[in-house]
Ligand binder design. Sequence first.
Ligand code: FAD
Ligand code: FES
Length: 266
Amino acid sequence: MIHTHATVVLNERLAPDYGRVRLCCEAGFAQARPGQFLMLGFPGAIDPLLRRPFSIHRLVSGADGSRWIEVLYKVVGKATRRLSQVSAGGVLSLLGPLGRGFQVPPGVGRLYCVAGGFGVAPFVFLAEWLQRQASPPAELQVFLGGRGKADLLCLADFERLGVPVRLTTDDGSCGDQCRVTDPFAEAVAQRPPDLVLACGPKAMLACVLGIVRAHRVACQVSIEAMMACGMGACLGCAVEGRRDPGRYLHACVDGPVFDADAVVLE
Ligand SMILES: Cc1cc2nc3c(=O)[nH]c(=O)nc-3n(C[C@H](O)[C@H](O)[C@H](O)COP(=O)(O)OP(=O)(O)OC[C@H]3O[C@@H](n4cnc5c(N)ncnc54)[C@H](O)[C@@H]3O)c2cc1C
Ligand code: FES
């Protein structure tokens, strides 16, 4: 784990409430895996005092050997608003890579990724990372849902990577007007995957779990618990365990990615 100050190289607005920030990072971040996260903060700030967790969205290497790490963010409160206002040259405090990421065994045939809103962030990293592996999945399909068109992010990234994306919105402004779990459930029934990975709101994850359990499909979910430290010290990110009832797991160190049968979300 690296604790450092990182310089902002670029901070771009993607949609009214969303942005993507690119940070210079140390070579050690090359070890990061899709699904792991960072804690980002503002050096010297009193409010917001605590760093906030964000999925690693992309690791990028420049032609000159520079290394950058990207985070996709939605503005929801003080820290994300301040993040949206940081310009190139600004400095953030960065802790990571943290947690347990997605585990995709070599030779998986068909992989489905289900994302809600900014839950898409780790899947761009995943798609890029899989393409560098010796035996990537034969088929990768993303299911992406949002409230409206402005909540459907990273479409150009998936197009560049040749990854098909099934889109849904609650208001029908883009893709099918339904929950993202509707086309996902149909696909699981018609063309069962070998593995499902999901990241998004808790209600979406609970629905995904219901579908994969009914079809006995392997699944991992990334859980967005509230986090204060990101390192297992504050015990603020407790998630109820399923294998050992009454035993609580901690999303920052035991997750944020968990096997579907390891946690209770319903
Ligand atoms: C492992 C992990 C990965 C994450 N990845 C991303 C990401 O890639 N992009 C992104 O935009 N956000 C991500 N989040 C959520 C992000 O950490 C919160 O949105 C952020 O901390 C909000 O800070 P704030 O000060 O702007 O808002 P606050 O004022 O702290 O909160 C504003 C609202 O957001 C809710 N909220 C705050 N933190 C969380 C949380 N962790 N989970 C659910 N609701 C929360 C609060 O209850 C409140 O309603 C991730 C969270 C976790 C745990
Ligand atoms: S965030 Fe502190 S223990 Fe998980």
